[in-house]
Design a protein around this ligand. Structure first.
Ligand code: LLP
Length: 432
């Protein structure tokens, strides 16, 4: 009935998540509120890692992309499932360290890492650093020499695959700020330089073609292109690349009309391509890594808001204003991303209206969505926006000096706070 399978309706007609009444959650913890269902996170992680084990005969690892949603509790959950992590800043690394994450299972990304970040990544012992460009390789070589260590690196490659998704989240094409281009020979030249470096060890290649992708083909194509480069490196340089990281990007269902491929299917098809290409190119199958973010966190989350003003503009539209907005839910203004919304305290009523849900920020574009089918909403109602577990909390801001909402985890009928709501003192904490 709802876009996320963990949502239901109880005997009071209230929306539930993981079996807990969302109206009670709103009352207990306040609104706006991010709610994450631990069981969904765990089950998604397991689906990924079981498939990786199955399709790559034990030579496959899942590194959850923590940019989708990161906090100490999330890192602890990923660690307890035995999966790895993709971190893209010193802040994400620090969160993992503080959560006691096994850092040898962390890949460190970024197209413009600072020396401070590289030094920190080495100090905390990340498993590998995914190098984006030659100046970074040279800086890392110098830092490693000074520290007397030999970090493992991968190279971020642009495989030249144009995935069909929003322009802002495409990354595999040649016109991208990320990585070395394959078509121009830049990637091969960089590999030549890396294999002659004394203080870093090239252990893998990486690509990530984009996010919220619904087709299997671009993933298959990217894998083939990357294996072609691995074969070229072996044939020309006699150097064997041990690991291939194929990134994340698996599309999820935000609306009922979305019909994403189950991610097991992507992995199965990609693994078939990997196996046949390795045989054809006569190379040893590398260790395969993937970095799903959205597909693990998004379906686990909802955001709860309280309705304030209802404004009907005859023949134009009805605005339902809520107590959050673009500061906690920036994806509509950024990408026009659509979500399903439900009046949580009227969850078994018909959706009789199409409304615009507006935030409280001082900006007309501050909308949660337009043309959203919704039950009749009045001041004081609670609205749940579904599938917000990825790239909402992690992209939230303090615009208009709003306090960031709390994050609550639910599990087996219990709820617990994972991130406290910011206080007014938090808002001025760094002001002098
Ligand atoms: N690996 C790398 C290197 C990435 O850059 C990303 C996402 C991922 C993995 C995870 O991709 P996922 O499985 O989550 O699609 N803020 C945008 C999404 C940006 C994605 C950035 N990179 C949004 O809200 O749609």
């Amino acid at each position: 009935m709802f876009v996320s399978e963990n949502l239901g309706v109880n005997e009071n007609g209230h929306l539930t998540i993981g079996g807990i009444d969302t109206v009670d959650l709103a009352q207990e913890y306040g609104t706006p509120l991010y709610v994450m269902d631990e069981q969904v996170i765990r089950s998604n992680l397991r689906r990924f890692h079981e498939s990786m084990q199955k399709y790559y005969d034990g030579k496959g690892e899942v590194h959850y992309a923590s940019k989708a949603f990161s906090c100490l509790e999330m890192c602890r959950i990923v660690a307890s499932e035995g999966d790895g992590l993709d971190a893209v800043s010193i802040g994400e690394l620090y969160t993992a360290v503080k959560a006691g994450f096994p850092m040898e299972k962390v890949g460190f990304h970024g197209n413009n890492k600072t020396d401070e970040e590289l030094e920190y990544a080495i100090e905390v012992g990340v498993g590998h650093i995914i190098v984006d460009n030659l100046p970074e390789l040279r800086r890392l070589e110098k830092i490693a020499a000074e520290k007397g260590v030999k970090p493992h690196i991968m190279f971020r490659i642009k495989p030249g695959i144009d995935a069909h998704t929003h322009d802002f989240v495409k990354t595999g094409q040649i016109d991208s700020k990320f990585g070395f281009a394959l078509e121009t020979g830049e990637a091969f030249e960089a590999v030549k330089e890396a294999v002659s470096c004394e203080n870093v060890k090239l252990v893998g290649l990486h690509c990530h073609i984009g996010s919220q992708i619904f087709d299997i083909d671009p993933f298959v194509e990217a894998a083939k292109v990357m294996l072609g480069l691995i074969a070229k490196i072996k044939d020309n340089l006699g150097y064997e690349i041990a690991g291939l990281n194929l990134g994340g990007g698996f599309g999820i269902k935000y609306l009922n009309e979305h019909d994403p491929v189950p991610f097991e299917k992507y992995l199965e098809k990609v693994s078939e391509a990997v196996k046949s290409e390795c045989a054809r190119l006569n190379i040893t199958q590398p260790m395969i890594y993937i970095e799903p973010g959205r597909s693990i966190a998004a379906p686990a989350g909802i955001t709860l808001y309280k309705v304030g003003a209802r404004k009907e503009i005859p023949n134009i539209r009805t605005y339902i204003s809520v107590d959050g907005g673009m500061a906690d839910s920036p994806r509509y203004i950024l990408y026009g991303s659509e979500y399903e919304a439900i009046v949580a305290n009227k969850a078994n009523e018909e959706r009789t209206e199409k409304v615009t849900i507006a935030g409280k920020c001082c900006e007309s574009g501050d909308l949660i969505g337009e043309n959203m089918p919704l039950q009749h909403a009045e001041s004081g109602d609670i609205i749940a926006v579904c599938a917000t577990g990825a790239y909402n909390y992690s992209m939230s801001s303090n615009y208009n000096r709003l306090q960031k909402p709390a994050v609550v985890f639910v599990n087996n009928g219990q709820s617990r706070i994972a991130v406290k709501r910011e206080t007014l003192d938090d808002i001025i904490r760094n002001d002098i």
